[in-house]
Ligand binder design. Structure first.
Ligand SMILES: [Ca+2]
Ligand SMILES: [Ca+2]
Ligand SMILES: [Zn+2]
Length: 324
């Protein structure tokens, strides 16, 4: 064949190939190259939502319901490790990664605040009380659920997670006095080309979510030599949940704290440097409540939500979810 024919043909097919791969990146419905995994029997995307436990999920040290609360604090934030039915159990609850990241958050918070900490629900031995939940729904259901009439269910993954917590409130003690930080082994629907949503919450809501996974494995770490880094499923770009005894306040911890603070009503409505949404501050990119969380300030200049001097306005330092 003549090269003036071959070259444009090769270019054409390359363009098609790149386009197909690109569609897979932006759209979870477009999965022509990826083989479909076989789902375990516990998965049922059509019937009523319910909790399930696989035999392999039953491991020493794992807890399937909220353990007895210690009387010390009325209001607590309770940690949950939530998995879709087919997702691999990375044991983030019992290998203490969830606990290590929450402890790192409290270390940072204590340093930046008036020596306060967040009241995480703990067990009598002082560990964070993490509840393991698996639902009978696949990741595909979270992303592409259909309504009964067959039309697309437009609700976000985060709204489905909130519902899972609220319909199972009987497994939690003092449900109405609690807020929740959910570590979900899945991801949110993709809304931006170059930006994953790794955390979600409602202002003054009850549930904060950290998405622990992503549809694609990523290299994480700061090392230039990729083979020295771990290749794992994670949403955050530069790190993941901490290993035991690691107090690094990294991408993951920053995201988790940012979402928890929204549920606690921060920033305050009277803040002096809020953006249009009123949910983020604009006075420093290094503020934890900047739109893309910073990692250095808990209210830069103390004029938006923490230890501010504005009259008749909520101050995070008075939250019942913090040690006083
Ligand atoms: Ca408890
Ligand atoms: Ca400020
Ligand atoms: Zn936010």
């Amino acid at each position: 064949m003549h090269r003036y024919f071959v070259i444009p043909m090769v270019v054409f097919f390359l363009v098609v190939l790149v386009f197909v791969i690109y569609l897979q990146v932006i759209n979870e419905n477009w999965k022509y190259l990826a083989p479909k995994p076989e789902l375990p029997d516990s998965c049922n995307d059509r019937e009523e939502l319910q909790l399930v436990i696989h035999d392999e999920d039953k491991i020493d040290g794992r807890s399937f319901k909220d353990k007895k609360d210690l009387g010390k604090f009325e209001n607590q934030i309770h940690a949950i490790f939530l998995l879709p039915c087919e997702r691999e159990d990375r044991k983030l609850d019992i290998n203490l990664k969830i606990q290590s990241s929450l402890l790192a958050i409290n270390t940072w918070f204590q340093n930046k605040s008036l020596n306060q900490q967040i009241n995480f629900d703990k067990t009598s031995d002082g560990n964070i009380d993490v509840t393991f939940l698996r639902v009978n729904k696949s990741m595909n259901w979270f992303i592409n659920a259909k309504k009964y009439d067959g039309s697309d269910d437009e609700t976000d993954v985060s709204e489905k997670i909130e519902k899972i917590i609220s319909i199972n409130q009987d497994i939690f003690n003092n449900y109405n006095n609690k807020k929740f930080i959910v570590f979900f082994e899945g991801w949110e629907k993709r809304k931006y080309l170059n930006y994953d949503i790794c955390g979600k919450s409602r202002y003054n809501g009850q549930v904060a979510i950290y998405f622990t996974s992503s549809p694609f494995k990523k290299y994480i770490g700061n090392d230039i030599i990729l083979k020295n880094n771990k290749r794992i499923f994670t949403c955050t770009k530069n790190d993941h949940l901490n290993d035991s005894n690691d107090l690094t306040f990294g991408d993951a911890e920053v995201t988790i704290l940012h979402e928890i603070l929204h549920t606690l009503g921060a920033p305050s409505t009277c803040g002096e440097n809020l953006d249009k949404s009123k949910h983020h501050v604009v006075d420093s990119k290094d503020d934890i409540l900047y739109r893309i969380s910073g990692n250095n300030y808990l209210d830069f200049n103390n004029d938006d939500y923490y230890n501010h001097k504005i009259d008749d306005c909520f101050d995070l330092k008075n939250s019942n979810y913090l040690t006083q």
